[in-house]
Design a protein. Structure first.
Length: 221
């Protein structure tokens, strides 16, 4: 199986286990997750996009190499500069690694592409804290019809490992949203045992579609 240079880099970063496909080739866990997600999204007739910075487009790379990606994966926004985050992804002023930022990104990218399913991730991947936020802190937001949900994860390890874990976690949250859009992914096996955190807002009112999308309680793991 051929792999793009980015996918090889991501595979090298991953700490998740690998499996073998029917041809005996090694397939990284994110590739398996992306294939599962592709089937679920298509079965619902949905389309999907992503908003990234920490992961440098690694989530989009996995989605883009999934089966029939051109029919359901519309693309992604990888924003690094504050201006790109504020202007393109409607991020509210203030720290970028927080609940409202993740939700604003997920909502904004969904609105710009006109899709059913979107994911945003924002976090600190470097080995040192940034702006008082500890390394390995990652906020996720998943937007699907009628709801935007946010999740906090505290990941560990060097930068490459944190990025790899972020990619895998993002895919798992998307899978959970497709399986049970009306249930918390906290009920999903992949994040069972997560600790509920009583964080409800503020609502990301700067986001184009946030006004009619309730934010559900956050889960931390």
């Amino acid at each position: 199986m051929r792999m793009s240079s980015l996918r090889r880099r991501v595979a090298g970063q991953r700490t998740a286990a690998s499996v073998s496909d029917t041809n005996g080739d090694t397939v990284t866990q994110p590739a398996v997750q992306a294939e599962q997600l592709a089937g679920l999204v298509q079965s619902r007739g949905w389309t999907a996009v992503g908003a990234e910075s920490l992961t440098s487009g690694a989530i989009a790379s996995q989605l883009g190499e999934a089966p029939n990606a051109s029919s359901w994966f519309l693309g992604a926004v990888v924003a690094y500069s504050p201006r790109a985050k504020f202007d393109v992804l409607c991020v509210p002023p203030g720290p970028v690694v927080r609940l409202t930022t993740a939700c604003a990104r997920a909502n904004a990218v969904a609105a710009r592409f006109g899709v059913d399913l979107s994911l945003a991730a924002t976090g600190v991947g470097c080995p040192r804290p940034e702006s008082g936020i500890s390394a390995g802190t990652v906020w996720f937001a998943v937007r699907h019809p009628g709801r935007t949900r946010s999740y906090l994860r505290h990941l560990s390890g060097p930068t490459d490992s944190v990025i790899g874990q972020t990619v895998s976690e993002a895919l798992e949250l998307l899978i959970a949203a497709c399986h049970s859009p009306d249930r918390f992914p906290g009920d999903h096996a992949a994040v069972s045992g997560a600790t509920r955190v009583d964080v409800h807002g503020p609502r990301p009112t700067e986001s184009p579609v946030a006004g009619d999308l309730p934010i559900t309680p956050t889960w931390s793991g």
